[in-house]
Design a protein around this ligand. Structure first.
Ligand SMILES: [Zn+2]
Ligand SMILES: [Zn+2]
Length: 211
């Protein structure tokens, strides 16, 4: 009996250590079922949007499993698993003002130059983001604050659907991680790029762009 139990424990621990969060078949991918970027909703006692929490309503689980948004080791949606994603947060983000120059765009045709998306006469941040990217959501909050304090700023958001998205090859060459922020000055010249959530680096690029 003891041996069985011990073996069971050993097997469990090995499986757990070997999983590598998000990189194994035991783990799913983030879907929009929990929260889309920019969503504002009430949180339940599990700190998850109340309308999506599977611990509050287990009948919701099937929809998550169907789109592979499921963490089997923790029996939760991947997009609600704080154990695997400790920096996950659904706290409300600062909102952009209603009159902010903020748009989602899809480059079209695929070979459209980023400089053509930049707004002339304004400083523009082009924000490449993805649904599954937690720092992207935090950056969304940073950008909304910047838009609140700077009415000569434009933000254009481009969603990356997956690493096989053709936009990745076209625009993200060499990018280590999302979000990727590309900053243009008012003349339409690129002044630099920031990869990942780095508000200080972004602030430096913005002051360079404003010169
Ligand atoms: Zn809940
Ligand atoms: Zn998990």
């Amino acid at each position: 009996m003891n041996t069985v139990k011990i073996n069971g424990l050993i097997i469990l621990s090995l499986t757990y250590l070997g999983v590598g969060c998000g990189s194994s078949t035991n783990h799913g991918r983030f879907s929009a079922l929990t929260a889309n970027i920019g969503d504002q909703s009430d949180l339940c006692s599990h700190q998850v949007p109340a309308s999506a929490c599977t611990r509050c309503d287990s009948s919701r689980a099937a929809a998550f499993k169907k789109v592979n948004d499921w963490c089997s080791p923790h029996d939760l949606p991947e997009s609600q698993c704080f154990a695997c994603h400790p920096d996950l947060s659904f706290e409300p983000l600062p909102k952009a003002p209603d009159d902010a120059d903020l748009k989602s765009v899809t480059p079209h045709p695929l070979n459209q130059a980023l400089a053509d998306i930049a707004v002339k006469s304004k400083v523009t941040i082009i924000d490449f983001w993805a649904m599954w990217c937690i720092p992207c959501r935090k950056t969304e909050g940073d950008l909304n604050l910047l838009l609140t304090h700077n009415n000569n700023l434009a933000v254009r958001k481009i969603e990356i659907k997956g690493w096989d998205d053709p936009l990745v090859g076209r625009y993200l060459g060499g990018t280590a991680k999302l979000p990727l922020l590309v900053v243009f000055n008012a003349q339409g010249d690129e002044v630099g790029r920031v990869s990942g959530q780095k508000p200080e680096e972004l602030a430096q690029l913005l002051s360079k762009a404003e010169k």
